[in-house]
Each structure stands twice: as structure tokens, then as C-alpha cells.
Design a protein around this ligand. Structure first.
Ligand code: MTE
Ligand code: MO
Length: 400
């Protein structure tokens, strides 16, 4: 059993599959804190967790291979000793986040793990800059920045055979903040999150942030792994037989948001499928306080400028309060680091809805390029269920 040595997981994680472990962060942990605690950070493993001796982790070897075949090796200790350390705060989001919503919202099941809104988390990462290591290994960063290098892609390989690549442009962008990270929220990476070394490619789909990193290869081509050439691509809602090579691999993420916390005073709440349109009784001339919270996120370092909420199925809209980053009532402020907005934005809203009413609550976010989310999943349905970013809808009925 290759999974025999997998770590214990926190009981609050919502397990989708256990071998390999795929588990989402529970809603309250998404809403409550800016930095997701390591043990509640969502886990997305394609295979087992490679076994690495804790005591010998500084001897872990990273191999860097240039386009001309030149190879240089670094131990983790070399990386820590020879390069300046950098810290960034960044969310990771799986391209399948909210895939279940896509199936529910379109009436067409999308293939893959049926994630709800918890395949995203936010953490502080420490490591060394990929571009510093590439320069040391002999890659000409200046030539790369001018766009005149024959190297176009940087491949990352994990110890268990997972692999993916990113464009060279992102890898060496002085403001791209791509890290080879050994620490997460100020502790060594936990086994599930890539111990002892992983790539962190902020702003890009988390599939590129390769865990248990053992090899970096410079190439004129994308990685040939199935996670680069298949799987993490999007197609039109009509396309059920697809030409994989015709679609680009997902890299930067589009804008996303979700309602992850819902509190109502005094009444028990039914959600989702428990309620149906017209399923209301005991109408009273009173209003019910609702308190909503959640996250919004956009890729490419774009910040969230607005989160719009509707408590009446889209007839009227109001704006949620955007919460300050890096601090909450019970957290001491920790500075957000990085050249882009790599983090999520948490929001909250207190409002009222009439008692006895069936209501659909909606959220959508807008980023600083004025990109926003599509209204329906039907319009963006794709057979792999990637990038489910339609307005998040929650159906509730109060006292009905
Ligand atoms: N790296 C390796 N080596 N193996 C994997 O299975 N999964 C990828 C990425 N890196 C994966 C990997 C995917 S699809 C995601 S969404 C993220 O890791 C999940 O990172 P996390 O488990 O730390 O949340
Ligand atoms: Mo993923």
C-alpha cells in the first residue's frame, strides 16, 4: 500500500477521497482567518505522499537542468544558505474548486472530484526565489527578460512523478515572486503540502505549484505531463469530444468568490437542496438578520475591488464589506508580502431577509481589471469541470 505512510489528517478537513488524499477546507476555516492554519489547508494529492526523513531533509536534492543539458544540484541546505530568503502571502486554488456547483448549476455533472467551495486556502510561504537559483545554475536571466532566450518553459517535477510547467516569463518576472518554498505559515512544510520543498507560483492555478520538488528542467516546450497537456484545460459547453492540443493549459486564474459562512439569528436554517421554490409557510411580518461571510480571489496578482451581494436572487444588489488583510479580530497583523495581490480577500455582510421567504443569496466579485464572474455555470460548463466561477448561489428558507 503506497499510502501506508501518508500523514494523519485533521478531522475537520472534508475528505473527498482518502487514497490519494483529497480534502477541502471547512467553511468556517475559510471565513474566519486570513491565513489558513496548515492542518486545515485543503489537500490535493494525485498520488501518495513521498516519504522524506524529517531529520535528513536538509540533504534533499534539487536538480536543475538547463536547455543545453547542463546540470547543477543543490541540497535544501545549499538553497537556504546560498540564497536570500523571501516571504510571500499567497492563496492556492485548485482549478476544480466549486466543480460540484458547476454540476448542480447546469444540471450536467462535470468529471472530477466534486469540490464545493473549499479547494482554496491562503498561507504565508518562505523560500528562495526561483530566478535566483536559475541564475546561479547558469541561466541568463537578462536574455530571458528580453524574450530572446530559446528557453520558454520551466518544468517542475515532484518526487512521486507529478509534473507541470510554467512559462519562463512568469518564472523570471522580477515581480512574479515564484518561490522554491520550504516553509508554510512559519513552520516547515507539512508532508501533505510538499515537505521538504515545493514550488509556489502565486496567481497561477495551484496545479503548477509542484510539491515534493526534486527537479527543475528548462525547455523550449511545455511539460509533457498529463497535468499540463490534459486535465487542466477548459473547453466550450458544447465540446464533449475535445482536441486537447487546441486549448492552452490553465495558468493565471480568473476571478472567483464564494459564500462560506452563513449565520441567522434565532431560526434554524435549511440550505441548498432541502429548500425548494415556493416552500415557504408561516410568513410573518418580520425580518431576519443574516450574517454572510466568504472570500473572493483573482489570479495574476489582480486585487479584488468589489464584492456584490444579492439577498433576493439578483433583483437588488449591495456591496459587502471587504475585510482588512493580514489581520482579524483575534489575529495580530502580519504584513502581506509580494509584488502582486496573491492573496484572497475576505468579506462580510450583515443584512435582513423577510421571514417565511424562500431566498436565493448571490455573491460575485470584480477584480482590478474589471473582470467579473459569469452569471451561470451552464454558460461555462466544461467536461473537466475546470474554473467553475459562476456567481455562487445559496438557497435558504427561513422558518419555512
Ligand atoms: N504536486 C505534486 N507533486 N503532486 C500533486 O499531486 N497536486 C497539484 C499541486 N501540486 C500535486 C502537486 C494540485 S492539482 C493542487 S490543487 C495543489 O498541488 C494542491 O496543493 P495543496 O495540497 O498544498 O493544497
Ligand atoms: Mo488542483
Amino acid at each position: 500500500d503506497p499510502f501506508a505512510d501518508d500523514p494523519q489528517r485533521h478531522p475537520s478537513l472534508i475528505t473527498k477521497t482518502s487514497k490519494p488524499c483529497n480534502a477541502e477546507t471547512p467553511g468556517d476555516a475559510l471565513s474566519d482567518r486570513f491565513l489558513t492554519p496548515n492542518e486545515l489547508f485543503y489537500v490535493r494529492n494525485h498520488m501518495w505522499v513521498p516519504k522524506v526523513d524529517q531529520a535528513a531533509s536538509d540533504a534533499h536534492i534539487l536538480t536543475v537542468e538547463l536547455l543545453d543539458g547542463t546540470v547543477k544540484q543543490y541540497t535544501l541546505q545549499d538553497l537556504k544558505a546560498r540564497f536570500p530568503s523571501r516571504k510571500i502571502t499567497a492563496a492556492l486554488q485548485c482549478s476544480g474548486n466549486r466543480r460540484k456547483h458547476m454540476g448542480q448549476g447546469s444540471g450536467r455533472l462535470a468529471n472530477g472530484l466534486q469540490w464545493t467551495a473549499g479547494a482554496i486556502s491562503n498561507a504565508s510561504w518562505e523560500g528562495v526565489l526561483l530566478s535566483d537559483v536559475l541564475a546561479d545554475a547558469g541561466f541568463d536571466i537578462g536574455e530571458g527578460l528580453r524574450g530572446s532566450s530559446a528557453t520558454k518553459h520551466v518544468h517542475f517535477s515532484g518526487m512521486e512523478a507529478y509534473g507541470a510547467s510554467i512559462p519562463l516569463k512568469k518564472a523570471i518576472d522580477p515581480q512574479g515572486d515564484v518561490l522554491l518554498a520550504y516553509s508554510m505559515n512559519d513552520t516547515p512544510l507539512p508532508p501533505d503540502h510538499g515537505f521538504p520543498l515545493r514550488a509556489i507560483v502565486p496567481g497561477h492555478v495551484a496545479a503548477r505549484s509542484v510539491k515534493w520538488l526534486s527537479q527543475i528542467t528548462l525547455s523550449d516546450e511545455e511539460s509533457t505531463s498529463q497535468w499540463q497537456r490534459r486535465d487542466y484545460k477548459c473547453f466550450g459547453p458544447n465540446e464533449t469530444k475535445v482536441d486537447w492540443d487546441a486549448a492552452p493549459a490553465i495558468q493565471e486564474m480568473p476571478v472567483q468568490s464564494a459564500i462560506t459562512g452563513l449565520k441567522m439569528r434565532g431560526w434554524t436554517t435549511k440550505t441548498g437542496t432541502e429548500c425548494a421554490e415556493g416552500d415557504s409557510r408561516n410568513a410573518k411580518e418580520a425580518a431576519q438578520m443574516v450574517s454572510l461571510s466568504g472570500y473572493a480571489f483573482s489570479g495574476g496578482g489582480r486585487s479584488i475591488v468589489r464584492v456584490d451581494l444579492s439577498l433576493d436572487g439578483g433583483r437588488s444588489w449591495t456591496q459587502a464589506q471587504l475585510l482588512p488583510d493580514c489581520a482579524s479580530e483575534d489575529e495580530s497583523p502580519s504584513p502581506c508580502q509580494g509584488h502582486g495581490t496573491w492573496t484572497w480577500k475576505r468579506w462580510r455582510h450583515d443584512g435582513t431577509i423577510p421571514l417565511g421567504a424562500f431566498r436565493e443569496l448571490l455573491v460575485k466579485a470584480t477584480d482590478d481589471a474589471y473582470n467579473t464572474q459569469p452569471e451561470s455555470h451552464a454558460a461555462t460548463w466544461n467536461l473537466r469541470g475546470n474554473l467553475a466561477t459562476a456567481w455562487h448561489r445559496i438557497q435558504i428558507c427561513v422558518d419555512c
